[in-house]
Ligand binder design. Structure first.
Ligand SMILES: *Cc1c(COP(=O)(O)O)cnc(C)c1O
Length: 408
């Protein structure tokens, strides 16, 4: 690990200043162990921010997803529909439950679950298996909200609960409605790389009190009300601690500022790299990502927000089309920046391509494969300085030029 000051990371924790006050307060009152004012306060903050009725804070986004599946009564042998283009933590809890993930590909306007393909998948699963999938997990990747209205409608039509993985999308919204507020249940993550962090943590959100209090019960070892330790159900140790929640209370105060800065990082990259917007609206359900292929461009593309969509631009992502960039691929850029001590990463490798899930059922159109092939995440922290941003952009420009001159 390189801990030198010069290294630029993809996304690092960014403290606002008031976090330590809440942590000190917990120390002073000796409320170190689970529960306490900070946990209550943080849950209330999240409730107010997302306008959800009920929230429970837990140890991670993964734990929140696991609880969401348990609450949706996902049992061994059940099928759960899950977006293929995502981080493994979205899908792994399906396996924790002994259930079967059914992966669905993305569409080109948001890079998230394709509603048309989702409906085809549901119909085909009913035909193949003779029963409906137990839940649908949709993700807002990189902070870009999914086509959530269409997905919720399909969920309603077939009476299948939708679980919203908003781990990357806190602060994003669709027509003014915040991510974390859609579907039967939503999950958030406060891992170190997310838009706000508690060093590690997550939350489960919903509007039905019974569901969230059930999750809270399961997250604290499922203790029956009795003076001794008595258990009728399988419990987990998933509750967020009062220390960690204190960090969260400070972080939520700077959340909107973080969103603003990440969006300005995105603008900066778009301007400085002479970015092109990906074309959309041509052909749904295809592997076309929207390159214009007109030779006038430098092959560096960005994803635009659809009308009414507000992305938190958690990570700035680009697609690099070697046919237009003079042969330069996203790997050329990634490796060249790595030499300059700048961290970039390919987009999430789709779940259906993962060794862990290679035998899983997948309903595809090829789009997520294309995105993985061409896509790169650029450093996007809300604490990036102007100097760092210009160092990154200069390094990319040098890579584009040097490679061209070698080829010519
Ligand atoms: C980070 C992340 C998670 C998991 O959250 P943790 O808090 O790290 O467990 C789940 N889904 C997505 C899309 C994520 O990016």
């Amino acid at each position: 690990m390189d801990y030198s000051a010069q290294r630029i990371y993809l996304s690092t924790p960014h403290m606002g200043g008031e976090e330590l006050d809440y942590v000190h307060d917990a120390f002073q009152k000796n409320w170190i162990a689970p529960l306490g004012e900070n946990v209550d306060g943080f849950e209330e903050d999240l409730q107010n921010y997302t306008r959800r009725e009920h929230v429970t804070a837990v140890t991670s986004g993964t734990a929140a997803m696991h609880l969401a599946l348990i609450i949706c009564d996902v049992q061994p042998g059940d099928e759960v529909i899950c977006q293929s283009l995502t981080f493994a933590a979205t899908a792994n809890p399906i396996k924790y439950q002994g259930a079967t993930p059914i992966f669905v590909d993305s569409e080109a306007e948001t890079w998230n679950m394709d509603p048309q393909l989702l409906e085809q998948t549901i119909l085909d699963r009913i035909q193949q298996k003779g029963e409906k999938p137990k839940a649908i997990i949709v993700v807002h990747l990189y902070g870009m909200p999914a086509k959530i209205d269409s997905i919720l409608k399909i969920g309603q039509k077939y009476d299948i609960p939708v679980i919203e993985d908003a781990a990357e999308a806190l602060g994003a919204s669709v027509n003014g409605r915040k991510c974390g507020n859609f579907g039967k249940l939503s999950i958030l993550s406060f891992n170190g790389n997310k838009i706000i962090t508690t060093s590690g943590g997550g939350a489960l959100l919903g509007n039905e009190e019974g569901l969230i209090s059930k999750a809270r019960f399961l997250s604290t070892q499922a203790r029956d009300p009795a003076p001794h330790y008595q258990h009728s159900e399988l419990g987990y140790n998933y509750r967020m601690s009062n220390i960690v929640a204190g960090i969260g209370r400070g972080q939520i105060k700077v959340l909107d500022k973080h969103v603003e800065k990440r969006r300005s990082n995105h603008n900066y990259y778009f301007e400085e790299l002479n970015g092109n917007w990906l074309e959309t609206g041509y052909n749904d359900s295809s592997s076309e990502v929207g390159f214009s292929r007109n030779n006038e461009t430098n092959g560096i593309y960005f994803l635009q927000e659809p009308d009414g969509y507000f992305s938190n631009r958690w990570l700035t992502t680009i697609l690099v089309n070697p046919e237009e960039s003079g042969g330069i691929t996203r790997e050329h850029i990634r490796l060249s920046l790595a030499e300059q001590n700048i961290e970039c990463r390919p987009l999430w490798k789709p779940m259906h391509q993962q060794p862990l899930y290679k035998d899983s059922i997948y309903y595809g159109n090829g789009l997520s494969d294309t995105l993985f092939k061409y896509g790169l995440c650029l450093p996007s922290g809300s604490n990036l300085t102007e100097q760092e941003l210009s160092r990154i952009v200069d390094s990319i420009k040098v890579c584009l030029r040097e490679y061209r001159s070698q080829v010519i």
